[in-house]
Design a protein around this ligand. Sequence first.
Ligand SMILES: NC(=O)c1ccc[n+]([C@@H]2O[C@H](COP(=O)([O-])OP(=O)(O)OC[C@H]3O[C@@H](n4cnc5c(N)ncnc54)[C@H](O)[C@@H]3O)[C@@H](O)[C@H]2O)c1
Length: 343
Amino acid sequence: MLKAGILGCGSICQKRHAKEIFANENCELYGVYDPVTERAELVAKTYGGKIYDSAESLLDEKELDIIVVATPNKYHAQYSIKAMENGKHVLCEKPMAGNLKDAKAMIEAAEKSGVKFMIGQNQRLVPAHIQAMEIVKSGKLGKILTFATTFGHRGAEGWSIEGKSSTWFFNKEEAIFGAMGDIGVHKADLVRYILGEEFVEAASIIATRDKKYESGEYIDVDDNAVCILKTESGVVGTLAVSWTYYGGEDNSTVIRGTKGAMKVFVDSKNPILIEYADNTVEKIEAGEIQTNEKQTDSGVIALFVENILKDTPVKISGYEGYKALEVIVKCVESAVTGKTMKF
Ligand SMILES: NC(=O)c1ccc[n+]([C@@H]2O[C@H](COP(=O)([O-])OP(=O)(O)OC[C@H]3O[C@@H](n4cnc5c(N)ncnc54)[C@H](O)[C@@H]3O)[C@@H](O)[C@H]2O)c1
């Protein structure tokens, strides 16, 4: 039985990681830490495990096989590296780090210690997204020309356990990025996964349109971003993210090729819809996607536990995290400089 410890007992811990560890027959929750003790107490009471009084004491616990880093983004790199140096397998939430240098150091720490290292970019585990990747690979859509991917909801303050405008998601020091890093990184990873190729160019406009602190001032990270991306084979497309979609969530991806368009999570009744160039339509059963309100098993813990027990390569590795983060970093650089960035 693998023993897992979780750093950070907020929403992602409570809604997914602790729950999914509890449900996994090969893993148990051994320990938790959160600076807000009541959150650690709630998780330990519900799913088991001891409460630690500091991150360091949990990271140094000899009994632990796995550390899940589910803290604000600022701490991802330092906690993950320390855990890997201590010989623990690490599941780190996205975005894996606040910059590419730290992300590289995390990958190196995993290689040096020989542990498994996974990033919580779970969109590629959604069954419809796996099917979308297979459809592109099959050639059904012809040569892929363009894409449009979107992730928008009503804002991180509605999700974070800290709620309202006091959430760390709105504090640049702890979050490093705004909506772009929070949800854009999911879509950067997803499109790389579906198309099976890397991005090589990015241009972006990033804005803070609506979110404010209680003082009435705008938050110091972006709440909206629109990016134009190009892949190595020349596919061009847009990636739009928003924390201000008050009229309903949008988690859609459209891939267009010479033979037709595949619409994923565009039509609520048909998870995948292919509209062919000859005007025929194919509807593919593929299951729903999680929304902030509607949580289902993400598959992240089950996959990580399996990778560890079977000693198989990690599917959402540090490298995958790095390549998704690179897109975000280049988009931020483009927004700041007003230039198109090459990778
Ligand atoms: N994969 C996904 O779909 C997904 C979804 C949501 C959040 N996330 C990521 O998960 C991470 C946590 O987000 P969340 O939604 O749970 O936020 P949250 O605000 O709900 O919870 C964060 C928790 O971390 C605690 N914390 C703060 N500093 C800490 C420290 N130094 N050590 C340990 N704990 C600390 C806070 O007290 C809080 O309880 C973030 O990196 C976020 O981007 C991923």
